[in-house]
Design a protein around this ligand. Structure first.
Ligand code: NAP
Length: 281
């Protein structure tokens, strides 16, 4: 399951929606706040800016020095929150040591939360209603549907329970009527669970963690991991030993990562549409 065809399809629709907003005299604007000089964050922010440019979305990058105080980061987010021209705000994580990610995120208004990390937005996964969903799990679901993977009644096993990938992915799969098992570092006999998965989502952060002996024939594998190794970027799945066992697998790179950026664009456009009254808030 390659990301590129999904992104191509999404981009065509997204360009039209940006055009429709512009026709109403309304540009779309994403503000990205980057703190410090983490090289990986710099690459991620560049990818996001390029995606904005391709769709005609204005992207504003606010780069604060690593020596900035918590209050200064929060003041910057407050200003963007009050700026009527800004539709979406993203705080690139992780913040440098000494700064509090969670406290800073509360300074992004829920109605401008492009990443869907605010508790008001995550909460819609449990309580329902309109909200902005986290980009990576949203991309996972989009990919599975794009490639025609049947979800209802299937056993989905998610390895990882982070607030940005594992937990929301599990809730979204549950919303699609999968039966969901969530595994984590304290799970006893992980293999016993993963071998029963029709759909396996690996969001662990360990290169080649999922091996062929952990999966059953015909399973669908979504490899979320992005691990920098001396051999280059590697996923959480050992594609060699998994080999032909999987019916579908997402590559790393070229899989879920591409969808994460595309879903960020989707979120920003949705936020702009809501603020313009084109969709229900
Ligand atoms: P995270 O916050 O570090 O969470 C990792 C999860 O893996 C935790 O829940 C942890 O369990 C679990 N885990 C660790 N060791 C385990 C083990 N031996 N057995 C079972 N579970 C284990 O990471 P994350 O933010 O969710 O990201 C996961 C991976 O996805 C990373 O490689 C990250 O770079 C990548 N990622 C990719 C994208 C993308 O766009 N493709 C987006 C976001 C993240 P505990 O909760 O018990 O510690």
């Amino acid at each position: 399951m390659y990301g590129a065809p999904c992104v191509e399809k999404l981009s065509a629709e997204q360009k039209e929606r940006v055009e429709a907003l512009r026709a109403r005299g309304r540009g779309v604007c994403l503000a990205v706040v980057r703190v410090g000089d983490d090289p990986a964050s710099e690459v991620y922010v560049r990818n996001k800016k390029n995606a904005c440019q391709r769709l005609g979305i204005e992207s504003r990058e606010i780069h604060l020095p690593g020596s900035v105080s918590q209050a200064e980061v929060e003041e910057c987010l407050d200003k963007l929150g009050a700026d009527p021209d800004v539709d979406g705000i993203l705080l690139q994580l992780p913040l440098p040591r000494g700064l509090d990610d969670k406290a800073a995120l509360t300074h992004i208004p829920a109605a401008k939360d492009a990443d869907g990390f605010r508790s008001e937005n995550c909460g819609t996964l449990i309580c329902g209603g309109e909200g902005t969903l986290p980009c990576t799990p949203r991309g996972i679901l989009y990919m599975l549907k794009h490639y025609g993977v049947a979800l209802e009644g299937k056993h989905a096993v998610v390895i990882g329970r982070s607030a940005i990938v594992g937990k929301p992915a599990a809730l979204m799969l549950l919303g699609e009527n999968c039966t969901v098992t969530v595994c984590h570092s304290k799970t006893a006999d992980l293999k016993e669970h993963t071998r029963r998965a029709d759909i396996l989502v690996a969001a662990v952060g360990k290169a080649g963690f999922v091996t062929g002996d952990m999966v059953k024939d015909g399973c669908v594998i979504v490899d979320v991991g992005i691990n920098r190794t001396p051999e280059g970027l590697r996923g959480d799945v050992d594609a060699v030993s998994v080999g032909d066992k999987a019916a579908f697998i997402t590559p790393v790179p070229g899989g879920v990562g591409k969808l994460t950026v595309a879903m960020l664009m989707e979120n920003v456009i949705e936020l702009a549409e809501r603020r313009t009254g084109l969709t229900e808030a």
